[in-house]
Design a protein around this ligand. Structure first.
Ligand code: SF4
Length: 241
C-alpha cells in the first residue's frame, strides 16, 4: 500500500523502548508553535513510499531491534492522517513479531484510528496542554479530540508513554499541569511520563520554509521550572522519568 513519508531513521533510541526503526509520515493538521518538523506539515511535500518496500527494509534491522527489545515506531507529522497506510505497515510489522509504537498528537478520528490500534503495542501520546484556550493557541486545533483519544486508549488498555513539552509562558501554568495530572491519574495504562523541556532546535527550518517562528524570545525552561512540573505529576503518582 502506498503512502507519503517524510523520512526514515534506522537507529532511533528516544521514541519508544530499545533501538527503533522510525518511519516519519508526512502531513499534520496541527501547527504547534514549537514544531521541530514544520517540513512534515504539507502532505504534498512528502515522498512516496510503499509498505512492501518499507517492511523489506525494516526486517534487515530485526536482530538489532529484538536484541535491544526495540521495534518500529511510526511518527510524524501525524501518522493517523494516513490510517490505511500505517495499518498495513503495522500489520506487516506484527506479522514479523516486531514491537510497534505510534507517536501521535491524539488529534485523530477514533473511528479511523481504532482498526490501526489492533496492531499497536504502545502509544507515545503528546498532550500539549490541558487548558483548552492555551491548547488552541499553541496548536491551532481544539483539545477535546486528544482527551477523547486518550480515554479511548485507556478503554482498550493500550500502554501510553505520555509526553509533555514544557514551554515557559504557554504550558508551564501550575494549575493547568495540576489538572492534567488529575486527569491522567485516573488512567490504568500510563507506563511512563516524560517532561520535555522546550528548545528551539527547529527554528531554522521555519525560516527556511518562510514561516514566522513566534517563540524566538521564549526561553528554555530552567531545571527548577522542570522540577516544579515534575513534582506536580509525582504528587499524583504518575511515572515521571
Ligand atoms: S503535532 Fe508534531 S508535527 Fe504536528 S505541528 Fe505539532 S509538533 Fe509539529
Amino acid at each position: 500500500m502506498k503512502g507519503k513519508i517524510h523520512s526514515i531513521e534506522t537507529c532511533g533510541t528516544v521514541d519508544g523502548p530499545g533501538i527503533r526503526y522510525i518511519v516519519f509520515t508526512q502531513g499534520c493538521p496541527l501547527r504547534c508553535k514549537y514544531c521541530h518538523n514544520p517540513d512534515t506539515w504539507k502532505m504534498q511535500d512528502g515522498q512516496d513510499a510503499d509498505t512492501e518496500d518499507l517492511i523489506q527494509d525494516i526486517v534487515k534491522y530485526k536482530s538489532f531491534m529484538q536484541f535491544s527489545k526495540g521495534g518500529v515506531t511510526i511518527s510524524g507529522g501525524e501518522p493517523f492522517l494516513q490510517p490505511e497506510f500505517i495499518k498495513d505497515l503495522l500489520e506487516k510489522c506484527k506479522a514479523n513479531n516486531l514491537h510497534t509504537a505510534i507517536d501521535t498528537s491524539g488529534f485523530v478520528s477514533i473511528e479511523k484510528a481504532d482498526p490501526v490500534l489492533d496492531f499497536v503495542d504502545l502509544v507515545l501520546l503528546d498532550i500539549k496542554c490541558y487548558n483548552p484556550e492555551s491548547f488552541k493557541t499553541l496548536t491551532g486545533v481544539p483539545l477535546e479530540p486528544t482527551l477523547q483519544f486518550a480515554q479511548h486508549l485507556a478503554k482498550r488498555n493500550i500502554p501510553i508513554w505520555l509526553r509533555y513539552v514544557l514551554v515557559p509562558g504557554l504550558t508551564d501554568v501550575q494549575e493547568d499541569i495540576e489538572q492534567l495530572a488529575k486527569f491522567l491519574a485516573t488512567f490504568p495504562n500510563i507506563e511512563r511520563l516524560d517532561i520535555l523541556p522546550f528548545h528551539k532546535m527547529g527554528e531554522y527550518k521555519w525560516e527556511q520554509l518562510g514561516y514566522t517562528y513566534e517563540l524566538t524570545d521564549t526561553l528554555e525552561p530552567t531545571q527548577v521550572e522542570v522540577n516544579k512540573a515534575r513534582e506536580i505529576f509525582l504528587k499524583y503518582n504518575l511515572p515521571v522519568h
